[in-house]
Ligand binder design. Sequence first.
Ligand SMILES: Cc1cc2nc3c(=O)[nH]c(=O)nc-3n(C[C@H](O)[C@H](O)[C@H](O)COP(=O)(O)OP(=O)(O)OC[C@H]3O[C@@H](n4cnc5c(N)ncnc54)[C@H](O)[C@@H]3O)c2cc1C
Length: 402
Amino acid sequence: MTKQTILVAGSGFAGVWTVLAAARAIALAGREDDIDVIMVAPQPRLAIRPRFYEAVLENMDPDVSELLEAVGARFVDGIVETIGTETHEAAILRNDGTREAIGWNRFVLATGSRVAMPPIPGLDNHAFTVDQLDQAHRLDAHINGLPDLPETPARHTVVVAGGGFTGLEAATELHERLRTMFAPQAPRVVIVDPAPEIGAEFGDEAGRTVREALAEIGIEQRPGVLLAAVDADGAQLSDGSRIEAATVVWAAGVRAHPLAAEVSGEHDVAGRVVGDLFLRAPAAPGIFVTGDTVKAATDDIGNFNLMTCQHALSLGRVAGYNAAAELVGLPLHPYSQPKYVTCLDLGAWGALYTEGWDRQVKLTRAEGKKLKQEINGVWIYPPAADRDAVFAVANPDFVIVP
Ligand SMILES: Cc1cc2nc3c(=O)[nH]c(=O)nc-3n(C[C@H](O)[C@H](O)[C@H](O)COP(=O)(O)OP(=O)(O)OC[C@H]3O[C@@H](n4cnc5c(N)ncnc54)[C@H](O)[C@@H]3O)c2cc1C
């Protein structure tokens, strides 16, 4: 019998858990000898993107080779250039520059997302992001070089465009770094966002807590304005004002990976494929979509997954299980993730932990920070390379929430 292949593109949270869950389902059916699980990604590393705003960039992309080996999956280095939605043969550009085609019976798109870069003058050349690890390192090197710049107000001024999760975490962390770096000179950190209030997306109670925390830290809030242009010396805002700043950070929204556009069917405004209950792409036979590339209902009362690691960890498990289940004849498992929490790092103030889609505030300050450190430092990391221990937590209904 010819072997069948489940091809998984991406080694992020969704990709890794897809592979582990697929391997588990195949093992449950005793079909290890006739189904291959192959992961394609630039490196066999899981980038811990939720930590890229942090000051110390250590252990940010743990190696998952041994983990993949432990569950019998293969790793192929490179990028998927085209999925082969009709031919069921993906085109891979290997890291050594050669090209290879890999035929698949089920394809799982787990290539994640990228920060969206709109055509704002100077954004590409002069703004920093904390979206990918190389970009976080670039910002880190720039911050470490600030003391060498001339002693102007711009040197200790940061403009952060985007007051969502990433922008708030970057702004509060940078404030703390610059406060230590330039003491007793206080840094100037400004958050710019088109919303009528910073933190508006967090709802009344959590939003108010965010604004109070920013005020206490001493971060300036500039709601109702957009970043209009960036240059080497600062930022131009949509209200005509200008802020002289050595550092401008762009944190205003992400888009699904471009390969999502290759998958037929409905897409949302962020470019995500609208998946069915089992995370299949309804108009593209054989293709599953997961993590930041899918929009899927988390419950039956109208909520959908956000582009978060929290959702990717479950979406990966469900997509992997279902991709394998279709091949081995197990019943498919519907995706459902009704519990939603957030834990927002607010630097020296602590962290804000909320529960529910209405974001009820449950923990603040040091208590919240303790939980954030546990989430960021332990919970979201890949498990040890122990097949039985991995399979015990790679089932599609396993959910990590406090
Ligand atoms: C600064 C920051 C803070 C965040 N904070 C939080 C938080 O507090 N809580 C939370 O839940 N979420 C947070 N997120 C969001 C979270 O990181 C993402 O939702 C999550 O990483 C999505 O996981 P993923 O596996 O779908 O994609 P990704 O993590 O983006 O992984 C995509 C993978 O695909 C690979 N890849 C890309 N292109 C190709 C290709 N062509 N072929 C093969 N492989 C490819 C990449 O190398 C990578 O391995 C944060 C993100 C950032 C940037």
